[in-house]
Ligand binder design. Structure first.
Ligand code: F6R
Length: 616
């Protein structure tokens, strides 16, 4: 949940650290800090509560902090309130060990008590300070080298971490370690970098190493040496990042979220093109890169989709599509629930983990549980080389590119596309969809990017409408089937960035309690893209209207009789109804965005949230 960056080379470190942190601010933004060493001197540590700009002002954009070796951190508080005292870096006495950390040390209280008994004092309430002082303790007590002291600490702590640490006696070196929290290392011309995520170092290098779970590394100007937990040197392949650096910049848009909404057509087209091919019998799907052969697909008796947040909403939509096109029973679970449930997984089942970051702690834990029970796993992931991607048996990479806004848009859209493609291929392999139908479905999917462009073109109308309802207390979203899945995502988009309370309801469920919340003028959004459920949902909309609700209808062109009931209607282009979520979600993303903008909120970094939830 926090962002780590570090660098060592010949150039001034502090400006690079601040620049790198600015690309990681989406991971946490309640305080930030840097520690920079000039030669053999003690590090200069500067911290500030609040957004990164406070730290930038305090350090004259880094120019007032000399030195070419340093580490930095942007924090999303877990242990201890957001404050300068709790901000990282943390250090042991006399700057012996100085470090930053992302993750959670679960047994920090027990370790802290032990260290206090050994004479250590604590300046902060953080688990990080405990980790740093535990390293210091082993380092001094056993007179070990940094790698051994960190390894001993890794064995002693429980939880997740990415750590970057400097030792007083090892100037010009940074030591890093990770377990279940993301971390990459970059190298370029005598400069070595470490970061929680690629955008932080993309300006400086495209050559990266992915450090594995329970591994460590020593960084110098000459590059990185990797170690396993036994302290043995291990080899790692160098990978080239193919992203365009501009992909992680705002490119003229006021917010990343708006830029990413506009990037959806391309992200979707790229994701389709990654597996869709053209042959003699028309278009077909090739899952060769997933290493998922047809014999395996034929045997899948059940699908368990597991995810969090918006990715879970993709799962709900995907359930209807899989069950309809591939006739495989699907259950959809929140990863945080799945991991603590008594699971009676079918041995011929397939667990599908959906995750943009590939680092979400609950989703990663769910994946590991599924693997331990011997069930085949497939990950739908956006971030290449992420933990979930590395550990799953099969990986479907969504090609959304870097997603920076905390609220997901384009990653969600590509996850939907991945699930349609899987459902079509599973249906085909099971003999339910012939080649002609597969060709027809792929061809229809290929029209989605243009149709999304058309929906986005209508954004001014939504901006006007959002301004009218920006002061709402509650907003409700209703739908049935796939429209219910769309409602869930629309509601999440609304509440997470605009802070207006909103709820999504299966339209038929409303009168079992929630309808009592409807007051005069309450905004209710009815999603009606599924023709067999259209009239039923419209009836539910009329029920709330007669209790005073103001109705917004969201439906496909042609369903003009909705205007008899709704006060305001947004139309989306017609498409195969299995794919309706891909179009209908866009106006709801725009609605949430414009309500948040009208309320003057920080759309890209909503309060209390972080992009990558690497803690439970
Ligand atoms: C909401 C949002 C979150 C994520 C959730 C899962 O806009 O972005 O709900 O969908 O935290 O994250 P990933 O997909 O990285 O596992």
């Amino acid at each position: 949940m926090c962002g780590i960056v570090g660098c060592i080379g010949s150039k001034p470190a502090a400006p690079m650290l601040l620049d790198g942190l600015s690309k990681l601010e989406y991971r946490g933004y309640d305080s930030a800090g840097i520690a920079v060493r000039d030669g053999e001197g003690d590090p200069v540590v500067v911290k500030a509560k609040g957004r990164l700009k406070v730290l930038e002002e305090k350090t004259n954009n880094g120019h007032s902090v000399p030195g070419s070796c340093g580490i930095g951190h942007t924090r999303w508080a877990t242990h201890g309130e957001p404050s300068e005292r709790n901000a990282h870096p943390h250090m042991s006495e006399d700057y012996f060990v100085v470090g930053v950390h992302n993750g959670i040390i679960e047994n920090y209280q027990e370790l802290r008590d032990k260290l206090i008994r050994k004479g250590y004092q604590f300046e902060s309430e953080t688990d990080t300070e405990v980790a740093i002082k535990t390293i210091d303790y082993y380092y001094k007590k056993y007179q070990m080298g940094p790698i051994d002291a960190i390894a001993k600490t890794m064995v002693r702590v429980r939880g997740s971490y990415a750590l970057a640490v400097m030792f007083k006696e090892y100037p010009g070196e940074i030591y890093v370690a990770r377990k279940d929290s993301p971390m990459i290392i970059g190298v370029e011309d005598g400069e070595t970098y470490v970061a929680s995520d690629v955008p932080a170092i993309l300006k400086y290098t495209r050559n990266v190493y992915y450090i594995g779970n329970l591994e460590m590394a020593r960084l110098t100007t000459e590059g990185a040496t990797f170690y396993n937990l036994d302290g043995d040197v291990i080899e790692k392949p160098l990978t080239e990042i193919k992203w365009d650096a501009e992909a992680a910049e705002k490119g003229g848009y006021e917010h990343f979220m708006m830029k990413e909404i506009h990037e959806q057509p391309k992200a979707i087209a790229d994701t389709i093109a990654s597996v869709a091919r053209k042959g003699d019998q028309g278009k077909y799907i090739d899952l060769e890169t997933l290493e998922l052969p047809e014999e395996v697909i034929k045997d899948i008796s059940r699908i368990y989709i597991v995810a969090c947040g918006s990715a879970y909403h993709v799962g709900i939509a995907a359930q209807y599509v899989f069950e309809d096109l591939a006739e495989i029973p699907v259950t959809v679970d929140l990863a945080s629930e799945f991991r603590y449930r008594k699971l009676l997984l079918d041995p011929n089942g397939l667990v599908v983990i959906i995750s943009q970051s590939g680092e979400t702690a609950d989703s990663l834990a769910a994946l590991r549980i599924a693997k331990e029970s011997g069930v085949r796993t497939l990950a739908v992931v956006n971030v290449i080389g992420s933990s979930i991607a590395r550990e799953a048996d099969h990986v479907f990479y969504t090609l959304a590119g870097p997603e920076i806004a905390v609220a997901t848009t384009k990653a969600y859209s590509t996850q939907l596309i991945a699930s349609y493609l899987l459902a079509i291929q599973f249906g085909h392999v099971k003999g339910l969809l012939d080649a002609a139908r597969v060709d027809e479905l792929i061809t229809e999917m290929e029209t989605l990017p243009d149709k999304i462009e058309k929906v986005i073109d209508d954004k001014d109308r939504l901006q006007w409408f959002a301004a009218k309802f920006a002061n709402e207390k509650d907003i409700f979203f209703l739908g049935r089937g796939i429209d219910y899945a769309i409602s869930m995502e629309g509601s999440l988009k609304m509440k997470e960035i605009s802070y207006v309370h909103s709820e999504a309801y299966a339209a038929g469920e409303l009168k079992h309690g929630t309808i009592s919340l409807i007051e005069d003028g309450t905004l209710v959004v009815g999603v009606c893209t599924q023709s067999d459920l259209y009239e039923k949902t419209v009836s539910n909309m009329v029920e709330v209207k007669s209790r005073g609700a103001y109705l917004m209808g969201l439906t496909s062109y042609g369903n003009y009789n909705i205007e008899d009931s709704a006060d305001f209607v947004v139309y989306i282009p017609k498409t195969d109804e299995h794919f309706a979520a891909s179009l209908a979600v866009v106006p709801l993303q725009l609605l949430g965005y414009y309500v948040a903008v009208t309320r003057g909120l920080d759309v890209d970094k909503p309060r209390n949230l972080a992009k990558s939830v690497t803690v439970e």
